[in-house]
Design a protein around this ligand. Structure first.
Ligand code: ADP
Ligand code: ADP
Length: 229
């Protein structure tokens, strides 16, 4: 798995209002790092830069040492999988939604991804494959179930880098706990960046970075930061 690194990243939407002012941190290969911070800290901006919706204005974002501006858009998309906060599903079956964007996915791959995301009960293992589109429809799913579909979709892509972007913040607390565990399992062995606004929604990161006004203002382990309040 590759290391993900932000090196002295600067970014502003408007020249007179800097948002990121020298953001530096690394997610070591195969580890999980969380960035937490209040609304307005710059967390979504960081995610947008990672997907090159915008480019950094100084500094660099690197994957395995390579500047992401030197990577093709296709490779970047293969390298990074995101589980976003609000997953929008098609009003089609769960298996279709999992395989969306991957026309080459086999039925077995879809079932495997679904099993890894603990929704195998919703996938009918028919011999003629998921093209039969049996099963629940996306619009009928609960928030927690939708997030499981999003996790399965990302797992099917099997990217070396995972981004959880406020992935549990739309859920009630019972679902939140359950989905956190699914995410933690999915993150095992992957280079994972967790973006969250509350420390309590981050379960098992090797390091937690507290971001405010576009900078890392504090870093530590979960226990140490919680102890500080
Ligand atoms: P967070 O995700 O931590 O809440 P954001 O990255 O969304 O923070 O926002 C950081 C700052 O950038 C905020 O002050 C916000 O108002 C500003 N901002 C975000 N998106 C835009 C945009 N498209 N144009 C101008 N300013 C923006
Ligand atoms: P794929 O590139 O394999 O189709 P996805 O379907 O997960 O992967 O997402 C497509 C692309 O859309 C991502 O690579 C990313 O660039 C962008 N994207 C999707 N969801 C988000 C999000 N919540 N925030 C930022 N970018 C996103």
């Amino acid at each position: 798995e590759p290391e993900l690194r932000f090196d002295d990243v600067h970014f502003a939407y408007h020249p007179d209002r800097p948002i990121l002012q020298g953001l530096s941190f690394a997610v070591p290969a195969g580890r999980t790092v969380a960035v937490v911070g209040p609304s307005g800290a710059g967390k979504s901006t960081l995610a947008r830069l990672l997907f090159r919706f915008y480019d950094v204005q100084a500094g660099a974002i690197r994957i395995a040492g390579q500047d992401i501006r030197e990577i093709t858009q296709d490779s970047l998309r293969r390298a990074i999988g995101i589980v976003p906060q609000d997953t929008v599903l098609f009003n089609d079956t769960v298996e279709y939604n999992i395989a969306y964007g991957r026309p080459g996915a086999t039925h077995d791959e879809v079932v495997q991804a679904a099993q890894a995301a603990r929704i195998h009960g919703m996938i009918a293992a028919t011999p003629d494959g998921y093209a039969t589109r049996v099963g629940e429809r996306g619009l009928k799913l609960s928030g927690g179930e939708k997030q499981r579909v999003a996790i399965a979709r990302t797992l099917l892509k099997n990217p070396p880098i995972l981004i959880f972007d406020e992935a549990t913040s739309a859920l009630d607390s019972a679902n939140e706990r359950a989905i956190q565990q699914e995410l933690q399992q999915a993150a095992r062995g992957k280079t994972t960046l967790v973006i969250a606004h509350r420390l309590s929604t981050v379960v098992d990161a090797h390091e937690i970075l507290v971001m405010d006004a576009g900078r890392i203002v504090e870093r530590g382990t979960h226990a140490r930061l919680l102890a500080q309040g």
